[in-house]
Design a protein around this ligand. Structure first.
Ligand SMILES: *Cc1c(COP(=O)(O)O)cnc(C)c1O
Length: 439
């Protein structure tokens, strides 16, 4: 690895070079496009981001769970570069190419369940979710879509309707797509319910307010992402899936953030053996290139008429080559096991931290998808101010951490799985300092 795997600060963060560029950004980029930590990156790899001022920052965010295999991972670079030199685009709907079919074959193998599967490829996560809903509606002849509290499914019109949180995702952007119904999520820290009890609560609401016979699909993140890394209580997902199956409601797992080794399994649904009818994937799939997919039961996928699925760029050949490279990295480096090891380290650090800092109300997550929820000690009263202060301290010290959650009081940790142990340890030492310094 050519980039030194160390935290090295040579200027304040952001440094003078980044501050100059931030001023340019202000002149040319719409203010609606925000940045969490305005350091301008010139190079990245392993667990490090290098900025224009020469600072080396520890990456605990992976560009929101995207660079799971690491930035510029060797197999991604090699395959994408070769494809780039061969041809860049034909449009798969006009003249096809192998890479697209190869990715669909891999998705069929890797996603949960041994049944016959087919896939369709798109560009963004939101596009995958929208297409999953299209497929479910055609297959069932029904309109209604069930989603959950704290859900995040994207920023397009339909996915804004499916996303729970108003600010910043929805505010002022309506009217939203209709026939989207929201059920209560299992949120053990806040509702104290068992998985089966939380599922019964959600199912009761859907039956009373929508009716199973009107539902095309239930769309759920097996571990919620932007909503706060909410891990449903054991038994919740299997109960929802079983109820959906009993009523011919298509069960769609939005694995866009939780998929591709992130949680220590290939997919978060694997943990409880849930086999979704359709799976939406994106983020970690292609090592940073834009690609997404819907993978599902062949007979469901094939209900859509020819020409009904697609898009100009969906399954771009360079993005497909990158995905094949990313999957190669995952297999070769046993990244499910690596995610579990990283998860064990993070969980023990965070549990220690919770001993000394009562503001940490909950430690949760799985594998390399861990989070802490900050609340007034002994309560569930969110503390977004402390959360922001801890994040700001980490950023100034060269550790990229992300916040999330409906109440803005969750710190989430999603390091690239290529991060060396020593760097991960240093990142968490800085987080511990941040708690002490902001107490
Ligand atoms: C990021 C995300 C999306 C949207 O993906 P985009 O590529 O940003 O459109 C949808 N669902 C989940 C769970 C996500 O984390």
């Amino acid at each position: 690895m050519s980039i030194a795997q160390e935290r090295r600060l040579v200027t304040p963060v952001p440094g003078p070079g980044s501050l100059l560029r931030l001023e340019r950004k202000r002149r040319h980029v719409a203010d609606g496009v925000g940045t969490t930590l305005p350091v301008f990156v010139v190079e990245a790899g392993g667990g490090v981001l290098v900025d224009v001022d020469g600072n080396h920052l520890i990456d605990l965010g992976s560009g929101i769970a995207v660079t799971t295999v690491g930035n510029a991972a060797p197999h991604v670079v090699r395959r994408a570069s070769e494809q780039l030199a061969a041809f860049t685009h034909t449009c798969f709907m006009i003249t096809p190419y192998d890479g697209y079919v190869d990715v669909c074959e891999q998705l069929g193998e890797l996603t949960p369940g041994g049944h016959a599967k087919k896939s369709a490829l798109f560009n963004s996560g939101a596009e995958a979710v929208e297409n999953a809903v299209k497929i479910a509606r055609v297959a069932t002849g029904r309109d209604a879509v069930a989603v959950f509290d704290h859900a995040y499914h994207g920023r397009t019109n339909l996915t804004m309707a499916m996303t729970a949180k108003n600010m910043p995702y929805k505010n002022g952007f309506g009217p939203f797509a209709g026939e989207v119904y929201r059920a209560p999520m299992s949120y053990p820290f806040r509702d104290g319910l068992s998985g089966p009890d939380a599922a019964a609560r959600a199912i009761d609401l859907l039956e009373k307010q929508v009716g199973a016979a009107n539902l095309a699909c239930v769309v759920i993140e097996p571990i919620q992402g932007e909503g706060g890394f909410v891990v449903p209580a054991p038994g919740f997902l299997p109960a929802i899936a079983a109820w959906a199956a009993a009523h011919d409601v298509v069960y769609v797992a939005d694995e866009i953030q939780s998929g591709f080794c992130r949680t220590g399994d290939w997919f978060a649904s694997d943990h409880e053996g849930v086999v979704p009818d359709l799976v939406a994937t994106a983020k970690g799939i292609a090592g940073g290139l834009p690609l997404s997919a819907v993978t599902g039961r062949a007979e469901l996928m094939d209900r859509v008429h020819v020409g009904g699925l697609g898009g100009t760029y969906g399954g771009n050949p360079v993005a497909c080559a990158a995905a094949l490279g990313a999957i190669e990295e995952m297999r070769e480096h046993h990244l499910t096991a690596r995610a579990r090891a990283i998860g064990a380290t993070m969980a023990s650090r965070l549990a220690d931290l919770r001993e000394t800092h009562a503001v940490i109300g909950d430690v949760r997550g799985r594998g390399a998808m861990m989070a802490i929820e900050l609340c007034a000690p002994g309560t569930t009263e969110p503390d977004p101010a402390r959360t922001a202060a801890v994040a700001a301290y980490c950023h100034a010290q060269g550790v990229v951490v992300l916040t999330c959650g409906t109440y803005g009081n969750v710190l989430r940790f999603l390091p690239p799985l290529s991060i060396p142990d020593a760097l991960l340890a240093e990142g968490f030492a800085v987080i511990a300092e941040a708690f002490a310094a902001t107490a």
